[in-house]
Design a protein around this ligand. Structure first.
Ligand code: 2U9
Length: 347
């Protein structure tokens, strides 16, 4: 008798503590306690061993035990229903997933990629180099004499560092350092374009910035002429701005090219009739160019009696301003999403 009472007491405690794990339902409980082979039935079977005078008292204990088990079962069933309902209410598995916000490419990258792809079709390869440069690769090799104004502290950001080892490090003022480094490798012919960021000590305004982006080009081989330069740039302009756009060259001066020229395109806003963009001239300047100066070839150990070459340089911001009619250069570096998300491209 006492054994059975202790057993019932233990089962009651067990039922009180019973909780469902994630992979169980109220049915798990029913089978264990209330099923045909369940613990309640097996305890009930003990009645036959109870003496008659105790049957009444003992029957009461067992009935209470059965009620406790049944109540717990009802409670567990309710819990299962509630948790199913709350999952059903919060998660609609038929809904499509959340949209991932996609960024857009920066207009400078769009224009840069377009320029690169045009020159790649003409056989130019892309070359890149360091933004922190020494005096030789940024200036001296490019035929910039010691006292040239472009070396003035006003224009160039110099870097002073205790570990510089006596080298005058600077932030490159153009990407021409990349061409110098390619020429020094001595693998001819060379047909490269060099995109990258450059730095100049300028006051920031709508038309100037202390950093901007350039693409420069260099072609060195035997018998390269100014005619090759003109045809290459004409192809570039037609692909970039449209077949109806014209070009013209004006004589100019750069220390690293001789002869040198600046190239204008007919204004694609007014078709050459005159507007604010072209300041009523019908033409807008887009780049500088020329035949590589013999001194530059010599500085880079290239035989200037055998080889000749042309070079050109353009500011990517300037091309982007013309193409998209952006009036203020600063917009390109302020990361204002209202500006940036107006540009779309496949590349
Ligand atoms: C080597 C030899 C010659 C690159 C050249 C220009 C003319 C030029 C300016 C355009 C607008 C710079 O971004 S800008 O301010 N560039 O006018 N650049 S010829 O000539 C080279 C380069 C490398 C070895």
């Amino acid at each position: 008798m006492e054994d059975i009472e202790t057993l019932v007491e233990n089962y009651r405690k067990e039922i009180g503590d019973f909780t469902l794990s994630a992979d169980q339902s109220a049915e798990t409980f029913r089978i264990k306690y209330l099923g045909t082979k369940g613990l309640v039935k097996s305890v009930m079977a003990e009645m036959k061993n109870v003496p008659n005078e105790k049957k009444r008292e003992f029957g009461q204990i067992l009935n209470e035990f059965k009620t406790v088990a049944e109540n717990k079962y009802e409670e567990l069933k309710q819990l299962t229903v509630n948790s199913q309902q709350s999952t059903e209410n919060t998660i609609d598995l038929t809904l499509p997933g959340d949209d991932l916000p996609l960024g857009s490419r920066h207009p400078i990258s769009i224009v840069k990629n377009k320029i690169i792809s045009i020159f790649q079709r003409l056989g130019f390869a892309v070359a890149e180099g360091p933004e922190i440069e020494d005096d030789w690769h940024n200036f001296t090799a490019l035929n910039l004499p010691e006292d040239h104004p472009a070396r003035d502290m006003q224009d160039t950001f110099y870097i002073s560092h205790p570990a510089s080892g006596g080298t005058d490090w600077m932030l490159r003022t153009h990407t021409s350092n990349v061409q110098v480094r390619e020429m020094e490798k001595g693998n001819l012919p060379i047909r490269i374009i060099c995109p990258g960021r450059v730095y100049r000590n300028e006051t920031v305004s709508a038309r100037a910035h202390c950093f901007f982006h350039q693409i420069e080009g260099l072609y060195i081989a035997e018998n390269v002429s100014f005619a090759d330069l003109k045809q290459t740039l004409y192809f570039f302009v037609q692909e970039m701005f449209g077949a109806e756009v014209k070009i013209r060259f004006r004589p100019s001066y750069f220390p690293f090219t001789e002869p040198s020229a600046e190239m204008d395109i007919s204004c694609m806003i007014c078709n050459g009739k005159g507007c604010n963009i072209c300041k009523h001239t019908g033409w807008v300047e887009i780049l500088g160019c020329g035949m590589v100066h013999p001194n530059v070839l010599e500085n880079c150990k290239i035989d200037n009696s055998k080889y000749s070459g042309f070079a050109f340089g353009m500011g990517i911001e300037r091309i982007a301003m013309l193409k998209y009619q952006v009036k203020d250069l600063r917009l390109f570096s302020e990361n204002d999403l209202r500006f940036l998300k107006q540009f779309t491209s496949a590349v």
